[in-house]
Ligand binder design. Structure first.
Ligand SMILES: NC(=O)c1ccc[n+]([C@@H]2O[C@H](COP(=O)([O-])OP(=O)(O)OC[C@H]3O[C@@H](n4cnc5c(N)ncnc54)[C@H](OP(=O)(O)O)[C@@H]3O)[C@@H](O)[C@H]2O)c1
Length: 263
């Protein structure tokens, strides 16, 4: 992909999960600051909108009418369904263009210290929840695809982007395993990758594009202070990649530079 840095993501509506901090909050900041056009609706979800953890997001929403803070615990179906209703009411017949499954959790653990609870919690948040969430928002994505039927496949029409990780790449294990073993996280992101391959196959007929993105090793609470890149570099990259996605990228696994990550 060429010229990613200058590409802006122009679309009507987007929903980003886990938007109160880290990469999710970074995506929201960047979308609000776009020069060309900011989305008409930015749904930024967080678990507890009233709490200190969402203060920055709430402050942003006070200054931007396009930013709607939606409370959603992605592992709680009732909470997901409430969020769908809020988004449905706002977007109307135009539907939801882009669902960014960004929220995630890092549970560590390797042989000798594995716990079923942490494996299951990681799997629930990182793989099960994005599946349930995508299913719940599918009618709104379908509506966007129908509304924009003349547009080619892409985020402007209708798309699902799963924020995955190179740690979930099975073929990269020999190269990066000893840097960070994190069995629960790796297994959950590998499952998330399979999810996007299945979705891509199933939803292409409806014109909905599905892609997995690795944001790089980024200095967030999850990535830690020793990570390779800052939020700014990661977000500029992943938004540029999202803006350039076309039909040929459906079902692919790309990093923040637009390079293919091996499954
Ligand atoms: N940072 C990296 O180096 C890196 C590398 C590869 C991939 N990633 C992926 O990038 C995504 C974002 O990571 P990050 O670095 O921004 O992590 P982060 O700073 O730890 O943020 C994680 C976000 O996910 C939310 N979240 C967790 N469980 C949730 C749940 N059950 N319901 C709703 N929200 C939930 C958190 O909300 P609370 O504040 O409520 O906990 C928070 O907003 C993740 O999917 C991660 O796996 C990150």
């Amino acid at each position: 992909m060429n010229g990613l840095a200058n590409r802006e993501l122009v679309l009507n509506s987007v929903l980003v999960t886990g938007a109160n901090r880290g990469l999710g909050l970074g995506i929201v900041h960047h979308l609000l600051e776009q020069q060309q056009a900011s989305p008409r609706f930015i749904f930024a979800t967080c678990r507890c909108a009233d709490e200190q953890s969402a203060k920055e997001l709430r402050n942003l929403a006070e200054h931007h009418a396009s930013l709607l803070v939606v409370e959603m615990d992605i592992t709680d179906r009732a909470s997901v369904e409430r969020a769908v209703r809020v988004v449905d009411e706002a977007v109307g017949e135009e539907g939801l263009n882009l669902l960014v499954n960004n929220a995630g959790t890092l549970q560590t653990g390797s042989l000798g210290s594995l716990s079923a609870d942490s494996m299951l919690q990681c799997y629930h948040t990182n793989a099960v929840a994005p599946a349930i969430l995508t299913e719940a928002f599918l009618p709104l994505l379908n509506r966007a695809a129908d509304f924009n039927v003349k547009l080619p496949m892409g985020c402007q029409k209708a798309a699902v982007v799963n924020v995955s990780s190179e740690a979930g790449s099975i073929s990269s294990v020999p190269g990066n395993f000893h840097i960070s073993k994190v069995y629960p996280y790796r297994a959950s992101k590998a499952a998330l990758n399979m999810l996007i391959r299945c979705l891509a196959e199933e939803l292409k007929e409806q014109g909905i594009l599905c892609v997995a993105l690795h944001p790089g090793w980024v200095r967030t609470r999850m990535g830690g202070s020793r990570a390779q890149i800052g939020i700014e570099e990661s977000i500029t990259g992943i938004l540029g990649v999202m803006a350039c996605l076309t039909e040929k990228d459906n079902g692919s696994f790309l990093d923040w530079r637009g390079q293919t990550v091996p499954w």
